[in-house]
Design a protein around this ligand. Structure first.
Ligand code: ADP
Ligand code: MG
Length: 240
């Protein structure tokens, strides 16, 4: 498609896709060995949509999410997020895009152990130089959004796995991203907690108008997605 990157300023911003992925391919090289992790993957995700990416371990889910989020570069193909050509941006602009437009959630939560829940959520707001007063208000709102109003002062080790992931989700939403990328966010949680976290993501996407791309191999969570993409050996196939 030739209109990649043209989504901004043309008046179509709210109706068009937030994420456009075209022909993405990625091969890793380890010495003389080559592993093709993605083969010509194309899809779009629209505002307010929750897209699940499923596939067994090694099928290319993390590779795809990292390319969409601008954490890595493809060998071929293009990604645009919110009209911005992720795959063509210089590193500095990419850093800005990751800070302002995209929120990341990982399987292992990634919280800072010495900081309280509130301080963890406040980290991206500090980086964005939000004044202290506004930051505190925003942190309170975010913690309430994920159901942790009464846990603001607790450190990660004083929280359950599900609560820690809620903190991580609140942190990912801090700068009001348009895209939430979550790589197996429920992979370390028991099935009931996993369902609650996926329901929270579902509600946030709906209420906040965020787009979410969520990798998971948990079949029970697929029902909560608007759309399911299935990866097999790096190739997108129609879900069974
Ligand atoms: P998934 O997240 O679905 O488990 P990945 O995207 O992590 O899949 O991996 C896809 C394939 O690419 C696997 O065969 C994996 O071993 C390989 N791979 C992933 N990252 C690297 C890397 N940094 N170097 C070499 N091979 C990699
Ligand atoms: Mg993975």
């Amino acid at each position: 498609m030739s209109d990649l990157g043209d989504g901004r300023g043309n008046g179509l911003g709210t109706d068009g896709p937030l994420v456009v992925v075209e022909g993405l391919s990625k091969t890793y090289r380890k010495g003389r060995r080559k592993v093709t992790a993605l083969r010509e993957v194309s899809f779009q995700a629209f505002p307010g949509e929750l897209v699940a990416v499923r596939g067994r371990s090694g099928s290319g889910k993390t590779t795809l999410l990292n390319l969409v989020g601008g954490l890595d570069r493809p060998d071929a193909g293009r990604v645009a997020v919110d009209g911005r050509p992720v795959t063509d941006l210089p590193e500095q602009e990419l850093a800005g895009l990751r800070r302002d437009v995209i929120g990341f959630v990982f399987q292992s939560f990634g919280l800072v152990p010495v900081l309280s829940a509130a301080e963890n959520v406040g980290v991206p707001l500090r980086l964005a130089r939000l004044p202290a007063r506004e930051r505190e208000d925003r942190v309170r709102t975010l913690l309430a959004l994920v159901g942790l109003r009464d846990h603001a002062e607790q450190r990660p080790y004083e929280l359950s796995g599900g609560q820690q992931q809620r903190v991580a989700i609140a942190r990912a939403l801090a700068n009001r991203p348009r895209l939430l990328i979550a790589d197996e966010p429920t992979g370390q949680l028991d099935s009931e907690t996993a369902r609650q976290i996926m329901e929270l993501l579902r509600a946030l996407v709906h209420d906040q108008g965020v787009t979410a791309v969520v990798a998971t191999h948990d079949l029970s969570l697929m029902a909560l997605a608007d759309r399911v993409l299935e990866l097999r050996d790096g190739r997108l196939s129609a879900p069974a």
